[in-house]
Design a binder for this molecule. Structure first.
Ligand SMILES: [Zn+2]
Length: 258
C-alpha cells in the first residue's frame, strides 16, 4: 500500500466517523424542562415518543367532592372555595344539644319575589329569637350559609312537628320562591348537591331527608309546588349508592313560611 492510498483510506474512515456522529445527534434526545416534566426533542422527521396519557380526573378539592357527592369536606372548606357564600344570621344561633338526624327542606314563600340576602336580612330584623335556616338557595343557584350546620337555628315549630323533629336535631335548607314562581334549574342543581352533601357530612340516610310540610303538616306545606320525584332523581344521579330519598309529598299549595 502506498502512502497516498493510506492517506485516502484514513480520510475516508474519518468522514464515515463524522457522518455516524451526525446521525447520532439527530436521534431524539431527552430534555428536562424547568418544570421537571419530560419532553422530547429531535430532528424533524425523527420519531417523537408520546407523553403518557392522563389518568381520569378524580375528585381532589372540596368543591370536586361537593359536585360529585363524594367525601364530606368541612363546611369551612366549602366557604373558602366559594361553594357557599357566607351571609350570617345575627342572633338565634345556638350550640347544638343533639346529634343531627334530619335535613328539612323548605321554600321561602315570601309575599313578593325576593332574593336570598333580603330574606336573611328580614329574619335578622325580627328580634332575638328570629327564624332562619342554615342554608338558603337563591334563584340563581347561589348557596348562602347563614350559620355552620353544626350549630342550631330556628326553622321548625317544635310544638307542631311530628316524628321527633326539632331544631336541635335538624338542619334546614330554604329555597327561594314566591307566588307562581317556578324553581329554577340552577336552584334545583344546587339544592340537590347541598342535600346530598349534608346527608354525607352528617352520616344520614335518605329517609332522614324530609320536607317541612311532611313533619309539620298542621301549619306548613313547603316546599310548595316541589317536584319530589324529580328531586329524588337528581340526588340519585349525583350519588349512585343511595337510591331511595324517602320524603313524603307535602300537601296543598298555599303556604306562608317562616
Ligand atoms: Zn318551612
Amino acid at each position: 500500500m502506498t502512502v497516498a492510498r493510506i492517506l485516502m483510506l484514513s480520510s475516508w474512515l474519518l468522514s464515515v466517523g463524522f457522518a455516524m456522529l451526525a446521525l447520532h445527534t439527530a436521534e431524539p434526545t431527552l430534555v428536562q424542562t424547568s418544570h421537571a416534566r419530560t419532553t422530547y426533542s429531535g430532528a424533524v422527521g425523527s420519531r417523537i415518543k408520546k407523553a403518557p396519557s392522563k389518568q381520569p380526573v378524580r375528585p381532589e378539592t372540596a368543591r370536586d367532592h361537593f359536585e360529585t357527592g363524594t367525601g364530606a369536606p368541612d363546611p369551612e372548606k366549602l366557604l373558602s372555595q366559594k361553594v357557599f357564600v357566607s351571609y350570617p344570621l345575627k342572633g338565634s344561633v345556638r350550640k347544638r344539644a343533639k346529634q343531627v338526624s334530619f335535613i328539612v327542606l323548605h321554600s321561602t314563600e315570601t309575599e313578593k319575589p325576593a332574593d336570598a340576602k333580603r330574606i336573611i336580612r328580614s329574619w335578622n330584623n325580627r328580634g332575638k329569637n328570629h327564624p332562619g335556616t342554615q342554608y338558603v338557595v337563591d334563584r340563581d343557584g347561589i348557596i348562602y350559609q347563614t350559620a355552620n350546620p353544626r350549630l342550631v337555628t330556628i326553622h321548625v315549630n317544635i310544638h307542631r312537628t311530628r316524628f321527633g323533629v326539632d331544631n336541635h336535631n335538624s338542619v334546614g335548607i330554604e329555597t327561594v320562591r314566591s307566588g307562581s314562581q317556578k324553581y329554577t334549574e340552577p336552584q334545583l342543581r344546587s339544592l340537590s348537591r347541598l342535600t346530598v352533601y349534608l346527608r354525607n357530612y352528617f352520616g344520614l340516610t335518605d329517609k332522614q331527608i324530609v320536607t317541612h310540610g311532611y313533619i309539620q303538616p298542621s301549619t306548613r306545606t313547603d316546599p310548595v309546588n316541589f317536584d319530589l320525584n324529580g328531586f329524588r332523581r337528581r340526588c340519585r344521579s349525583i350519588s349512585q349508592p343511595h337510591t331511595n330519598i324517602a320524603i313524603d309529598s307535602p300537601r296543598g299549595a298555599q303556604n306562608t313560611d317562616s
